[in-house]
Design a protein around this ligand. Structure first.
Ligand code: NAD
Length: 740
């Protein structure tokens, strides 16, 4: 079965997301709705979406649009028809009747339903039709969420399900997990239970909204939106509907019912229009007082709002063992929530899937958890878990584990895919070395470095690990959301606060040396970025010999936004890339001015398609739809480069003062137009002094070392200013930069 053309019916949030992603995979797709205007508007929304649903916005018109009356003939040509209309059984069944009348023989028809079982959706279909009907449950936003649940029934042609899975894995880059027709499938069944237990335990233990979110968040390897923040994000009313559907579908004996009871304060929020971020607010709200936006949080006991408090539970890393053993209410809450999630998830095996690790993967890919329930159990340790847990009646999985007490119960990871993923390889690789910021693994004849800090921010230890790992061919890769958000600014500010600028200088020097080492060591280095690859993250990537990039990459040099300039070789690498163009051969100022514009504005690219014209990525860098494949592709690069020779060092010819003056003119105009303020001018001038080559003329040759020195000098002068320090502090405190 080959999928060459797809029709998506229903152009709402999900239908348009699916169509956009098919367009990303260069698959011809038609998007139909009740009226053509609706699908046209959906296409406009796709074009404007943020974060962008398209890898290449210029391809938006590759998505054909139409309506289900005049353009239904499109269905007859499709190899796969995806239904993504409103969650109504009658409407969906009506559509299937029409589709099956005209579909191409053997074409797959699937529904994107999140809650209606296959047996209900397909009850009017013939046996032959049922063979080709399944559920393809995508998650929102489709481009970014890794999970796709393919729900099959006993009537399905399994070869066809298998080829659909392969298509979705290879072409669409999804973590496609085939599962049984049970309510909420895998992700939502466990994910919504987890949300409910996190919420109900917070009420029971009298934790504030902020306290619960501070625990059921980063310390547990869960996105920082936490539980109440996530409720607000999804919509409190929508969650209430989701719960109702679970209550209806699940047998009375299911533990889900215990956590799905209506909570009076939640009911009141919905009734008064506090449905979350889309409404007047929810558990959090923004209150405007004297023109200032103030974040407030709901008091769960009184129902009143007051200024939201920052809770510092002092954990930098995910460390479940320490978290659940804390002798305070946070430890008790964490244990209660984690243990109940583990109990519930394990009670579902083998009913919803025989592979427990499918549930873990669904939680990672569908809810962005760092670890699923069974991996949490593995981290806590089987003996520790059973020492702490009170009861686990009627739970076959836990009962048998309690007998064996096998700490190695987990076995292979990510069984749902044949791809040799980092997750699988790490299980068998030798852990060679490591520190607080990175781990080094040896697998066969190459090394892997995985950064392990929050957002994979880089510090001295990260550099240490990279340097040590260059004694073999090296792949820099990780499983978390971000490749690296850049240099660890809190680490840098700790020195700045003490006035210890020498230590900052030493660190930046070490960063430069390490990057140079990556580039020129005897063995090839491959970086495999996904997610944020910013600042220092870009510098590591761009000074690796090869790149295998996920298509969901956000890449750029953003240092100027916090009042700094790139100093780990970012200016140097960008100059080298732009100097290597035809235009630069004609005009010596072309490259420095281009780079000045890109770095000056802190421009980022949100896909390889955007990154190549800016030269953040090179055309020869590999671009990969499926994140799981990054390691295989990186390995292939190493295999293809067994006779690797380190590149020769780059030489630079730059015009010095004459091009710097051009840059200063640009800055003066921006200043006069009030686009930048005084400190913006200072940062711009420092950037100009680096990119112009400093005290040089076009006939002189500069080395990479000369450029490193210029970067370091500019960086140090800026970090010593109060204005830059204020900008960094503001960014660290709010997660957002100060403008200008
Ligand atoms: P939506 O309300 O955003 O869009 C539904 C679209 O269907 C609308 O554009 C509507 O005009 C169109 N429509 C209605 N009747 C139609 C008909 N007879 N023929 C053609 N088009 C018709 O809904 P959504 O959020 O995109 O959800 C679509 C499906 O995906 C639902 O089954 C939902 O349960 C499921 N789902 C939603 C999400 C999510 O996060 N929104 C996630 C996973 C699955």
């Amino acid at each position: 079965m080959e999928i060459k053309k797809v029709v998506v019916i229903g152009s709402g949030t999900m239908g348009s997301g699916i169509a956009a992603h098919l367009c990303n995979a260069n698959i011809p797709v038609t998007l139909l709705d009740l009226k053509t205007e609706i699908s046209e508007q959906a296409r406009d929304k796709i074009h404007k979406s943020k974060p962008p649903l398209l890898l290449d916005k210029s391809k938006v018109n590759n998505i054909k649009v139409g309506n289900i009356s005049d353009n239904f003939a499109e269905v007859a040509e499709a190899d796969w028809v995806v239904e993504a209309v409103v969650e109504r059984i009658d409407i969906k069944q009506d559509i299937y009747e029409k589709i099956f009348k005209v579909r191409k023989k053997g074409a797959i028809v699937s529904s994107n339903t999140s809650s209606i079982p296959i047996k209900v959706l397909s009850q009017n279909l013939t046996k032959e039709e049922k063979k080709d009907f399944c559920i393809t449950h995508f998650f929102n936003p489709v481009r970014y969420m890794g999970l796709l649940e393919i729900v099959k029934s006993e009537n399905n042609d399994l070869d066809k399900i298998d080829s659909l899975k392969k298509f979705c894995e290879t072409e669409l880059g999804k973590g496609a997990i085939v599962c049984n027709d049970t309510p909420g499938f895998l992700g939502n069944r466990v994910g919504v239970y987890a949300m409910q237990i996190a919420m109900t335990e917070a009420f029971k233990m009298k934790l504030s909204v902020e306290e619960a979110d501070a625990i059921f968040g980063r310390p547990m390897g869960i996105p920082k939106t936490g539980i109440f923040g996530l409720y607000d994000l999804i919509g409190i009313d929508l969650m209430s509907d989701v719960l109702k559907s679970f209550i209806k579908e699940l047998p009375k004996t299911d533990k889900f019912h215990e956590v799905a009871r209506e909570i009076p304060i939640v009911k009141k929020l919905i009734e008064t229009g506090y449905t979350g971020r889309k409404g007047k607010g929810g558990f959090y709200r923004i209150n405007k007082t004297d023109g200032k936006k103030i974040m407030e949080a709901l008091n769960l006991e009184t129902g009143d709002y007051s200024i939201s408090k920052k809770i510092n539970i002092k954990t930098e890393k995910v460390d479940l063992k320490s978290l659940i053993n804390r002798d305070d209410k946070y430890g008790k809450y964490a244990w209660s929530v984690i243990s109940k999630i583990i109990k519930y998830a394990s009670s579902l095996v083998p009913g919803i899937t025989k592979e427990f690790n499918d549930i873990d993967e669904a939680m990672r890919l569908g809810f962005n958890w760092a670890k699923g329930p069974f991996e949490m159990l593995e981290e806590i340790g089987v003996n520790n878990f059973f020492d702490k847990i009170d009861e686990y009646k009627n739970n076959n999985f836990l009962e048998s584990l309690a007998q064996s007490k096998n700490e190695e119960f987990y076995g292979e990871r990510q069984k749902y895919t044949k791809i040799e993923t980092l997750g699988k390889v790490k299980k068998t690789a030798i852990s060679v070395d490591g520190n607080n910021s990175a781990q080094i693994y040896r697998f066969k004849d190459y090394n892997i470095v995985e950064f392990t800090t929050k957002a994979n921010a880089l510090d001295y230890n990260s550099m240490d690990a990279l340097k040590k790992a260059t004694d073999k061919p090296l792949i820099i890769i990780n499983e978390s959301m971000q490749f690296s958000a850049g240099v660890n600014l809190s680490y840098t500010m700790e020195f700045a606060d003490k006035g210890d600028f020498k230590s900052i200088e030493k660190f930046i020097r070490y960063f430069q040396e390490t990057c140079k080492h990556l580039k020129y060591s005897d063995y090839p280095v491959v970086s495999a970025p996904s997610g944020l690859t910013l600042g220092g993250g870009f510098e590591v990537m761009s000074q690796s010999n090869f790149v295998a990039s996920h298509t969901n990459i956000v890449v750029g040099l953003v240092e100027t936004i916090v009042g700094l300039v790139p100093a780990g070789g970012g200016c140097k690498e960008m100059l080298a890339r732009w100097l290597d163009t035809e235009e630069a051969k004609q005009d010596p100022d072309y490259a420095p001015l281009k780079v000045f514009n890109i770095i000056g504005y802190g421009k980022t690219a949100t896909s390889p398609v955007e990154a190549i014209p800016m030269k953040y990525l090179k055309p020869e860098d590999k671009k990969i739809m499926n994140r799981n494949s990054l390691l295989e592709v990186s390995k292939k690069i190493l295999e293809d480069n067994r006779d690797f020779k380190a590149p020769t060092e780059i030489k630079f010819k730059l015009a010095g003062n004459s091009v710097k003056e051009k840059m200063i003119k640009i800055l003066e105009k921006l200043y006069n137009d009030k686009v930048i303020l005084e400190h913006g001018m200072e940062v711009g001038k420092e950037l100009a002094s680096v990119l112009s080559g400093g005290d040089t003329t076009i006939d002189k040759t500069l080395s990479e070392e000369d450029l490193f020195k210029l970067e370091l000098g500019a960086f140090m002068r800026l970090i010593e200013t109060k204005e830059t320090q204020d900008r960094i502090k503001h960014t660290l405190a709010t997660g957002k930069p100060l403008i200008n």
